[in-house]
Design a binder for this molecule. Structure first.
Ligand code: S3P
Length: 182
């Protein structure tokens, strides 16, 4: 892969539903453009020394959302400009979406169809505490359709939106790189 060293003036932030490819796209862009990538979930796991599932199961979702917000703020305040992949729920709690939008013009929503997400998520549901009790692909589609509909108003506040249907990670990443302001 040919690399291009990019200097950015503000963070690039990827948002979207679980399974839309935020982390993979962010990794690709970081590698391609020589930027530092931080995935909020991974950051939380490292800082808290426990898995996201353990935080949900032992402390509850509310506690997870508080922790998630605290680390979001820490990362948004980082002097070094980063490419950040957030959790699917991060923009949808408290006033997180405003903090995100106030920190940069480069907020991108990766929009992926319900049926693509639900197929992907059914295979990987054990990693995700909100989904791991869903026991059929049909129920997953039902859950994802409703949940994504509720979250859409938050995701739609992003500065730009990429429809990821039938695009691979490299195509999505290149599209984002064309849209961002340096
Ligand atoms: C969540 C998404 C997850 C993780 C947690 C809750 C959500 O991140 O933060 O399981 O509420 O959508 P990914 O979007 O990276 O799976």
């Amino acid at each position: 892969m040919e690399k291009h060293s990019l200097t950015i003036n503000s963070h690039i932030i990827l948002i979207g539903y679980m399974g839309c490819g935020k982390s993979s796209v962010a990794k690709y862009i970081a590698n391609f453009a020589d930027l530092k990538h931080i995935d909020l979930d991974e950051y939380i796991v490292n800082k808290e020394s426990r898995s996201i599932s353990d935080i949900f199961n032992l402390s509850g979702e509310l506690e997870f959302r508080k922790i998630e917000r605290a680390y979001l703020i820490e990362l948004l305040n980082s002097r070094e400009k980063l490419i950040l992949s957030l959790g699917g729920g991060t923009p949808c709690y408290y006033d997180n979406i405003n903090l995100i939008l106030n920190s940069t013009k480069n907020v991108c929503f990766i929009n992926t169809p319900n049926n693509v997400l639900s197929k992907r998520l059914f295979k990987e549901k054990s990693k995700r505490p909100l989904l791991n009790s869903i026991d059929s692909e049909n129920k997953m589609l039902e859950y994802v359709s409703k949940h994504l509909f509720e979250r859409m108003p938050f995701y739609n506040k992003a500065c730009f939106k990429i429809n990821s249907k039938e695009k691979n990670i490299s195509e999505i990443s290149r599209e984002i790189l064309k849209m961002i302001s340096l």
